[in-house]
Design a protein around this ligand. Structure first.
Ligand code: UN1
Length: 480
């Protein structure tokens, strides 16, 4: 779909400022045309048998596999994550595509007996219509795929608005979908910011579903704006996830889990472990091991083989993250390591922040309550499992949670009582797999889940069908 806007914006690498590409800024009319194209394509796409839609998606999965290295490389440049993680991002897209392509031969509904004789009852899933997908920069291939692929297998058509930090990856993603054989108009892309292009989508009467991954603040705005047209709104918002380390935990394993979950992707995951809740008996030992492990991490561009931590996404993010180091210190938390922008040598060309750990954090401090979305974690000391669970739950978000313990009773209590959409036992807070529901409780969302079978509920409506073959009027609830 051609874009008429004459304004452009540049995508640059957060690692060294190199220009990745120049993209058109879509206008409101561009959004309207994209929606119109999607609406027109829907008339046909919804009638394509789901297994045939699945065949196109299988082809897409194979194309993605072939393009995995190139997309990975591009991601290390445009988004900044390190190569292993960028590969994982693309792999997550491949995984969900194979999984959802298979749904083409399932998309199960239900059949159930009727209360009346000679009558057939069933319920089926039907597509909803045009889906508006608003995606973030932190998983620039995986998250568009979590939203688009389930939407498509169910028979919807899509308008995608990717984050303005990662347009090149989104453009490539859509080109590859085209290459797989999606009919024209089934997927359309628009570029631009949330307050202009995003807002137009959210208010558009012909978009029936909005699926957003973003901040809590944006989520509330989208929900409000979408209310006017009674849209289905699927929200995947923030987190302030904690790892609990009990006194019987394997400490070295816990340290590995914390380093990976707190500092992987430079802490820029909704699922990142931005709090560590440690039992008082292991608190000091854990601190020491953690600082030693973190100070070994090497900062650098994601495309360099020995880099552990890449840049953060942009200058505004760097400033926000750094402001929390000051907030933490001002609140009385003890800075164990980090707390500064890294500028030595070539790092000065990008947005690098030293992995930062605060100790002696009170659960109510801002560094323990607010989503920082950077390589910062806060250590909190507790006396027992009850307090650990209480502290873990004592936030407004409810995405991911974790406990390291060897006690099966404690593990099961945590599995039951942690208020979160995801709980890990003896693993960090990141690493969701695509065939399980992904999402959170409380302010992390509005009750929906993506991925897994649960994603189908976002992208379909249930229709109940009653077929009476008795040849006479039969009245439910009245006739025997
Ligand atoms: C996100 O940060 O929004 O579990 C998604 C994980 C990844 C997905 C994170 N599989 O960390």
């Amino acid at each position: 779909m051609a874009i008429t806007g004459t304004e452009t914006f540049e995508s640059t690498s957060p690692a060294d400022g190199e220009t990745i590409g120049v993209f058109p800024r879509s206008t409101g009319e561009d959004v309207d045309r994209a929606v119109a194209a999607a609406k027109e394509a829907y008339a046909h796409w919804r009638l394509v048998p789901a297994p045939k839609r699945g065949e196109i998606l299988y082809r897409f999965a194979r194309i993605l596999e072939g393009e995995k290295d190139a997309l990975t490389e591009l991601m290390t440049h445009e988004m900044g994550k390190v190569r292993a993680e960028a590969g994982g991002d693309v792999q997550e897209a491949i995984d969900i595509t194979y999984y959802m392509a298979g749904e083409g031969r399932r998309l199960f509904g239900q059949t159930t007996p009727s209360e009346l004789p000679d009558k057939w009852n069933m319920s089926i899933r039907q597509p909803v219509g045009v889906v508006g997908a608003i995606t973030p920069w932190n998983f620039p291939i995986a998250i568009p795929s979590w939203k688009l692929i389930p939407a498509l297998i169910c028979g919807n058509t899509v308008v995608l608005k990717p984050a303005t930090d990662t347009p090149a990856l989104a453009e490539r993603f859509v080109e590859l979908l085209d290459e797989a054989g999606l009919p024209d108009g089934v997927v359309n892309i628009v570029y631009g910011g949330g307050s202009s292009v995003g807002d137009r989508m959210v208010r558009h009467p012909d978009i029936r579903v909005i699926t957003l991954t973003g901040s809590r603040e944006t989520g509330v705005k989208v929900l409000e704006a979408g209310a006017e047209t009674l849209k289905h709104v699927h929200l995947e918002l923030g987190g302030k996830n904690a790892i609990i380390v009990m006194d019987d935990a394997d400490l070295d394993l816990a340290v590995n889990g914390i380093v990976w979950s707190a500092f992987g992707t430079s802490g820029q995951r909704c699922t990142a472990a931005s709090r560590v809740i440690a039992h008082e008996k292991v608190y000091d030992a854990l601190q020491k091991k953690l600082v030693a492990a973190v100070e070994k991490l090497r900062l650098g561009p994601g495309w360099e083989g020995d880099t552990d931590i890449g840049p953060v996404i942009n200058k505004a993010a760097l400033d926000k993250i750094h402001s929390y180091s000051k907030i933490g210190s001002d609140e009385g938390a003890r800075l164990l390591t980090g707390g500064e922008v890294a500028t030595e040598g070539d790092l000065a060309r990008g947005f690098f922040y030293r992995p930062t750990i605060f100790a002696d954090v009170d659960p109510q401090m801002r560094v323990a309550q607010e989503e920082i979305f950077g390589p910062v974690t806060a250590l909190i000391k507790v006396r027992d499992a009850d307090e650990a669970i209480r502290v873990s739950n004592g936030i407004k978000y409810g995405l991911s949670s974790s406990i390291f313990t060897r006690d099966v009773n404690t593990a099961f209590r945590a599995m039951r009582d942690l208020e979160a959409g995801i709980t890990y036992v003896n693993a960090g807070t990141t690493g969701a797999e695509v065939h399980l529901p992904f999402g959170g409780t409380k302010d992390t969302g509005n009750g929906h889940r993506e991925a897994g079978q649960a994603a189908l509920d976002v992208f379909t409506e249930w229709k109940s069908i009653y077929v009476d073959y008795s040849g006479k009027l039969q009245r439910a609830q009245i006739d025997d």
